[in-house]
Write a protein that binds this ligand. Structure first.
Ligand SMILES: *Cc1c(COP(=O)(O)O)cnc(C)c1O
Length: 392
């Protein structure tokens, strides 16, 4: 008999009932150290006082009005994002997938309005992840995500990861954009080198096409800059954001330059919930915490400590781990044993991590994880690895 929840997930037998900072408390009282943060969503950990305050204050005033009216918190959040980024304009969604949908529509409409309606094709990369909608799975193109769901939305072509020659070869007079995650998340914490991101930007400029960045996972301070592309000193035309921006409340956004965004006039796109008062009140609180030089500096120093300890862990368990990957607090352990075995061994140490493709274990802790919790996380990872060595 089919379960009452559509069984699209293999869930761990854990049900958390409370969160405190980097800790999750199980129904039976056990405390788990959370290096998953809701898949990179709880950027400020669990139960952050400023987020609780923002949400509860808004909840007592007004929950929802729709985009038929001006939403003050939405305006405030858009203004903050425009002030802090390359973007001139923002559309709010409820998720990363919906941000992908708009990014694709915007790129196509941009060229339609520019008198080049044949430019509909978007070049993407093998191993990428852009969400589970029809556009999202067609963009990623993997067998795993698309199997049985055809016919796929046309207009996407995947090239091998980080292969700029393949990108150049794929560009035709039908190409509208290149879409890329600066660091592949689901694909196994694979960073695109800064030089490659700059080269991609130059390639797009040379051919007059748009660069769309998917910073749903790597953005919002995760790498120690507000957005990961800042490390390469370039800017996209369109950017997808979600996960961390809501700190746990469902919120996403598409950020765009005026040139890319001006095709989207009244009636071309919409969302009933997108940019709702509750979501934007929380989004504003997240931005106020994260988008400061002090906070981003603290992420970089925590990340340095974390990375150093992980390198030592890998050196100490050469039978279990191959290497540390990633930037900032978007980290991955490439495993030599099956990554799910390490994940389960970590659960046995009351430690939560997230699997990824390419046999990688993802570590996406809250951006404000304390040094003591980093040390504790490493103790538990070490114990998990030791348990696997001695049982193997
Ligand atoms: C999670 C993710 C998405 C999809 O976001 P949802 O909020 O799950 O719809 C898209 N792109 C990337 C890079 C992601 O990590």
């Amino acid at each position: 008999m089919i379960p009452s929840i559509l069984p699209t997930y293999n869930r761990a037998p854990l049900s958390f009932v409370k969160g405190e900072g980097s800790w999750l408390i199980e129904a039976d009282g056990r405390r788990f150290l959370d290096l998953g943060a809701g898949i990179g969503v709880n950027a400020l950990g669990h139960a952050h006082p400023a987020l609780i305050e923002a949400l509860t204050t808004q909840a007592q005033a007004l929950w929802h009005t729709s985009n038929l009216y001006t939403i003050p918190a939405q305006q405030a959040l858009a203004d903050m994002l425009v002030a802090e980024t390359f973007a001139d304009t923002v559309f709010f969604t409820n998720s990363g997938t919906e941000a992908c949908e708009l990014a694709v529509k915007m790129a196509r409409r941009h060229f339609f309005d520019a008198g080049a309606p044949q430019r509909t094709q978007i070049i993407t990369f093998e191993g990428s992840f852009h969400g589970r909608s029809a556009a999202g799975i067609a963009a990623a193109g993997s067998e795993k995500m698309t199997h049985g769901f055809g016919p796929l939305l046309p207009g996407f072509e995947q090239v091998p990861w980080a292969d700029l020659d393949a990108v150049e070869a794929a560009i035709t007079d039908q190409t509208a954009a290149v879409l890329v995650e600066p660091i592949q998340g689901e694909g196994g914490i694979r960073p695109l080198p800064d030089a490659d991101l700059s080269a991609l930007r130059a390639l797009c400029d040379t051919h007059g096409i748009l660069l769309i960045l998917d910073e749903v996972q790597c953005g919002m301070g995760r790498t120690g800059r507000l957005f990961a592309h800042e490390w390469a000193g370039i800017a996209p035309d369109i950017m997808m954001v979600a996960k961390g921006i809501g700190g746990g409340f469902p919120l996403g956004a598409v950020l765009a330059t005026e040139t890319a965004g001006r095709c989207m006039i009244a009636g071309t796109h919409g969302s009933t919930y997108g940019g709702n008062p509750l979501a934007c009140a929380v989004g504003c609180a997240v931005m106020k915490e994260v988008a400061t030089p002090e906070f981003l500096q603290s992420v970089r120093s925590r990340a340095g400590l974390f990375r150093q300890r992980l390198e030592a862990l890998v050196a100490g368990h050469p039978d279990i781990f191959e290497e540390v990957r990633g930037n900032g607090l978007m980290l991955g352990l490439k495993c030599k044993v099956v990554n799910m075995d390490v994940l389960n061994a970590a659960y046995a140490q009351n430690l939560c991590t997230v699997p990824a493709a390419d046999n990688v274990l993802r570590l996406l802790p809250p951006l404000n994880i304390t040094d003591a919790d980093i040390a504790e996380a490493l103790n538990r990872l070490d114990a998990a690895a030791t348990s696997l060595s001695s049982s193997g």
